[in-house]
Design a protein around this ligand. Structure first.
Ligand code: SF4
Length: 447
């Protein structure tokens, strides 16, 4: 398929969305939950949501179900009076109560639809609070953006408030985006093999997959420390694995502290992982070791082993923008056909990324940005696919269309262990080969 045809299809979808006045089964979550995930990867930090009960209650439930971990989220509990007279009083009392009860190393104050709409000057309110560490404001109303932009805003706010030039450190900053603890462990394994020191922004590998050790620590072990975030200004370079969720933070570090940056592509599959490792090698000056070349060979071997079972199968993928575009390239590498590549977050960059895959591989791809699950379902019915990939909320599409379904993304709550299994790197690629092939075999068995 030519790039022009892929563009025409995208424009058709954009028109269809403009006519739609209702979202049915949203394909994204609201901004604060993305910001909360970024904060949960900072050691000793806690989110204080400046909003109403549901703005903290439902994200907590999502985190509990997906990560199978308890999480703590504080709330300023805005009620009717605050909606009329402003929420400054609640916020000031909430910050002091949180310090007294939990003694966090950092408080991140997340705004919501309500606090932004009533016009609370959160930055000004926080500046007046007399504390040794000023809480970091993060602007995350949900009438714009999605959980992806919420994560991006939060990471930028962290480096804006904390990064400080003190002297070169020979480390690489890696902004990971909305991935899983298993992905971060895979990432750390690759960096250890190259013997590169890194600052992970932010590191949920232990905080959202904590060992059960009693007595429970006040805050989970692990996470990126405040000192590490401060040190990001002194690194030899930054890489954002997901340009939509972390790209703004590395851009800030380049603009303010002259830290060279590379954004994307998310290292899913062979070519994208090769590119990531080449980037790490280029920034650090260290060679890619045989250990990683062998792992690459194992991935290619796994791909060849299943080729005759999955080749030419048509795939629909709904995920966050960088994961979806990375998966589009990987299913092509697998000999499959990326038929529909969709994301719930509106993004021209996502469309351009998938158009590049379409033009480089010759596939005809329906590209849908800002896609709800109803729209995904309609597209699946229209073009016909053999496999749908998405989070647990999209599983009904596989059932309705009697199609194989493989889980990916957030939240996955109707199966266990997905947060532990990487999808990035060569090791993550092997996991995906197994996941995709087994979904197709299970479906064939049940037909
Ligand atoms: S009010 Fe806004 S921020 Fe709060 S849960 Fe609803 S969409 Fe999210």
């Amino acid at each position: 398929m030519t790039q022009t045809t892929a563009k025409a299809k995208t424009e058709t979808k954009a028109k269809a969305k403009a006519k739609r006045s209702v979202t049915i089964n949203p394909g994204m979550i609201c901004q604060p939950i993305g910001a909360m995930q970024a904060v949960l990867g900072v050691h000793g930090a806690i989110s204080l949501v400046h909003g109403s009960q549901g703005c903290a209650a439902y994200p907590m439930r999502m985190f509990n179900r997906h990560f199978q971990e308890p999480v703590e989220i504080a709330l300023s509990s805005l009620g009717e009076d605050a909606a009329v007279f402003g929420g400054a009083d609640n916020l000031i009392k909430g910050v002091h109560a949180l310090v007294a009860r939990r003694q966090p190393e950092l408080i991140a104050v997340l705004t919501t639809c309500l606090s932004e709409t009533i016009g609370d000057d959160v930055d000004g309110i926080l500046r007046k609070i007399d504390l040794p560490t000023t809480p970091v404001p993060m602007h995350t109303p949900s009438y714009i953006g999605s959980h992806v932009t919420g994560y991006d805003n939060a990471l930028k706010a962290l480096v804006t408030h904390l990064a400080e030039q003190t002297g070169p450190n020979s480390k690489i900053n890696i902004a990971v985006g909305l991935l899983n603890p298993g992905d971060i462990r895979e990432l750390k394994g690759m960096l250890a093999a190259i013997r590169v020191k890194a600052i992970i922004l932010t590191d949920i590998s232990e905080t959202l997959d904590a060992p059960l050790i009693l007595p429970r620590p006040r805050f989970p072990d692990g996470g990126t420390t405040l000192a590490e975030i401060a040190d990001t200004a002194n690194s030899i370079g930054s890489i954002a694995l997901c340009k939509h969720a972390g790209g703004s933070a590395v851009k800030y570090l380049t603009g303010k502290h002259k830290v060279p940056m590379i954004t994307g592509a998310c290292p899913i599959g062979v070519a994208n992982t090769d590119r990531f490792l080449e980037n790490v090698s280029h920034l650090s000056g260290r060679p890619i070791p045989d250990e990683l070349r062998k792992e690459r060979g194992r991935l290619i071997d796994a791909m060849i082993d299943v080729h005759f079972k999955i080749a030419q199968k048509r795939v629909a993928i709904h995920a966050d923008p960088d994961v979806a575009s990375g998966m589009a390239r990987f299913v092509h590498e697998l000999g499959m056909m990326p038929a529909i590549i969709a994301t719930g977050t509106e993004s021209k960059e996502f469309v351009a990324d998938v158009q590049a895959v379409a033009s480089q591989t010759g596939h005809e791809i329906d590209i849908i940005s800002g896609c709800d699950l109803y729209e995904l379902h309609e597209a699946v019915k229209a073009v016909g696919v053999d496999l749908v990939m998405g989070n647990s909320q999209a599983a009904y599409i596989g059932d309705d269309e009697k199609t194989a379904f493989a889980r990916i993304g957030f939240p996955v709550y109707d199966r266990v262990g997905y947060q532990r299994r990487a999808i990035i790197g060569y090791g993550g690629g092997i996991n995906l080969v197994d996941r995709i092939t087994n979904a197709i075999l299970d479906h064939a068995d049940s037909a």
